[in-house]
Design a protein. Sequence first.
Lengths: 172, 172
Amino acid sequence: MYNPPLKTVLIAISIIAVSISCKEQTSSETQSIEAGSVMPEQEASLIFTKGNKITNNNFVGTAYVSMLISADSLNQTYVGNVTFEPGARTNWHSHPSGQIILVVEGKGYYQEKGGPKRVLLKGDAIKCPPNVPHWHGASSDSEFIQLAISSSENGPTEWLEPVSEEEYNAKY
Amino acid sequence: MYNPPLKTVLIAISIIAVSISCKEQTSSETQSIEAGSVMPEQEASLIFTKGNKITNNNFVGTAYVSMLISADSLNQTYVGNVTFEPGARTNWHSHPSGQIILVVEGKGYYQEKGGPKRVLLKGDAIKCPPNVPHWHGASSDSEFIQLAISSSENGPTEWLEPVSEEEYNAKY
């Protein structure tokens, strides 16, 4: 009977162990991504720049905005990348030209006045009609990154009152 | 001198080998992402739906589009997620309301008539003025995923001639 040297046995066992371990890690990462959960910060923030912390009073909590595209005289559409830390949200507000929201990462909420609070996940797309008060922001346990597309054609955003704790915590 | 049993030695060596290997994999993945290169398909296609294969004659190569937001009477802005396989590109075309391109993944090109061919990478944002002929698509060695934002307000896209091989392969 062939008796392999100890060195060969050690190498073989190491290779098998590495294969099993790394395969499990990849599988676990894939499942995590498929479930729409938040990726680590260094990956989640990679697509569009995070920009600057928002310091006005139109938001509750900590949020960042990066203006990717500005309005100009030929095309008044503009695009911002907004990152909400867990629990952060806009105040109620409306856009005279409406707004489109595209979710890049995380879990957040969207609600139009009088309507239910909706959950938004990566890949979701929302079109909010002109002049309809609404709010959007992160869930309490997840960062939320979204592209906001609007137009300055009919005037600026109208900012309203903050979202109450009761509204924010409403069931969905 | 203490002489550990063979089993203990084997387990210790396996654990060390697994740690080193998986650490290297993570580091390599991070570098790859930071360099803006293409992630594996199952990760790259995760954010927005890929949609259907484009079968009209306005594209060269294989491309897919998913309409995320449609134009309506209140807001004529629409958004599509376009996935170009390596080498695929639009024909020359122009939009009467202009177009915004946001790069989600991969490496591609963008060129306005008379201008240089530009490289586009993840996170890049382009605003093409109304009625300016241009084309966009994937590089020859990378998939390219982009959001296209336009408006039907001033009429449909005007499609022009295909991008020649010479134009596509021009240096940048």
